[in-house]
Design a protein around this ligand. Structure first.
Ligand code: SF4
Length: 402
């Protein structure tokens, strides 16, 4: 039996199963032997020496279903939830996971949570210092199929629109093991014009860039926010960060595909870095879109947010000093038909608890094919009545009523 996304290794009394490279769970070998005492474990396969292979497969899949509930992210050590087709967790309805459609030509997909960096300004509080307690990873097939359904819906209502798909998870997208095949499959949709990967660049390497660059729809948006080694390590919150390596990869990538640098301007922390970043952009000929640091209640906030005016003044000065346009026209996004709204604010609905959310005390519930985030839900399972408190863009938050 072959499993493309799983790797197996025998460890003492357990069969260690790794999903998408960084998630792991174990199956007791006693349980495996109960299927058939004679079996062979390969890297992506397990073979039971029994006639009825179908029966063996069925029983082994039941073991996977049972023990994958103990899934852990090896990197963070957090419990992890595998969001697959049969997990009962809809991909629409959450801000941090799945598919987000805000009614424009831009669609966001979020296949993973957590990050290998720890930026001091991270607006979503990801990485090793994160206060989150649970990680998520979405099955590739599930994501592609639901995106396909959304694109089909869009095609019916907006036949001439070409969509841009942004892979911008609450974390680092290159940690998602099937990122290449995900991009390839998204690229097959005819009404997708561009696929943007928003990455910190740490996991870029030449072979990976070569394959990404073959997909003409893929573009890289790389968030570097420092240029000097010590400064860059400091702002990325990691001693393992090597800005020189990331710059080398950016330069290599920019010779093969469209690359945009997206540094965050954190006044008082990294303004002295922007001159060098801009000169680098001019040297290699990539694009740049400087981001303003914005306060986020749920993020890391090293400074008080500055006004947009102050930000624009800084950008204008940089423009003048480095003779590079930094304040271009902001292109208006084309509006497109949204999926029908399932609930309205203040609706009282009955939902099914399907998973813990990023914090164990919060839950993901499901109703009418949408996920609903219910903070402070003490119940662990079963049905619960909730009142919708947020409904914008079909992203639902609710409070428990009992
Ligand atoms: S790279 Fe992005 S997601 Fe990761 S910690 Fe930095 S800002 Fe957050």
């Amino acid at each position: 039996m072959q499993y493309q996304s799983l790797q197996f290794a025998k460890k003492e009394n357990e069969l260690e199963v790794t999903l998408y490279n960084i998630y792991v769970f174990s199956i007791p070998l006693d349980d495996v032997k109960r299927i058939c005492p004679v079996y062979k474990v390969g890297r992506n396969s397990i073979d039971f020496e029994m006639q009825n292979k179908e029966k063996a497969e069925g029983r082994f899949n039941l073991l996977i279903t049972k023990y994958i509930r103990n899934l852990k992210n090896k990197m963070s050590g957090f419990p992890a939830v595998y969001v697959h087709k049969n997990a009962g967790i809809p991909l629409f309805g959450l801000q941090f996971l799945g598919i987000v459609d805000k009614g424009s030509e831009m669609l966001e997909i979020k296949p993973i949570t957590n990050c290998n960096m720890n930026c001091t300004f991270c607006s979503i509080d990801e990485g090793p210092d994160s206060s989150k307690q649970v990680d998520f990873v979405v099955e590739e097939d599930y994501l592609v199929e639901d995106l396909g359904k959304l694109l089909e819906f869009k095609k019916k209502h907006n036949p001439s629109v070409q969509f841009n798909v942004w892979i911008n998870p609450h974390g680092e997208p290159l940690l998602y093991a099937p990122i290449l095949s995900l991009c390839e499959r998204i690229g097959y949709f005819r009404n997708v014009a561009e696929i943007h990967i928003i990455t910190n660049g740490v996991l870029l390497n030449k072979p990976l860039i070569d394959v990404l660059a073959k997909n003409k729809k893929v573009q890289l948006n790389v968030s570097i926010s420092g240029f000097d080694d010590a400064k860059a390590r400091n702002i990325m919150g990691s001693n393992a960060y090597s800005i020189n390596r990331v710059l080398e990869m950016i330069e290599y990538a920019s010779q093969r595909m469209i690359v945009t640098l997206t540094p965050v301007y954190v006044a008082g922390h990294n303004e002295d870095q922007f001159g060098k970043i801009i000169e680098f952009v001019k040297k290699i000929g990539c694009k740049i879109a400087i981001q303003k640091f914005c306060y986020n209640k749920f993020g890391r906030n090293p400074i008080k947010e500055k006004s947009w005016n102050e930000f624009y003044v800084q950008l204008k000065e940089l423009e003048k000093k480095h003779s590079l346009v930094l304040l271009g026209e902001i292109e208006k996004l084309q509006q497109t038909e949204q999926l029908p709204q399932a609930f309205k604010k203040d609706d009282v609905i009955l939902t099914q608890i399907v998973s813990p959310a990023r914090m164990i005390k919060d839950k993901i519930c499901s109703a009418k094919g949408y996920s609903v985030l219910v903070p402070g839900c003490e119940k662990e399972s079963g049905k619960i009545k909730v009142k919708i408190t947020q409904d914008k863009y079909n992203i639902y938050i609710a409070k428990p009523l009992n």
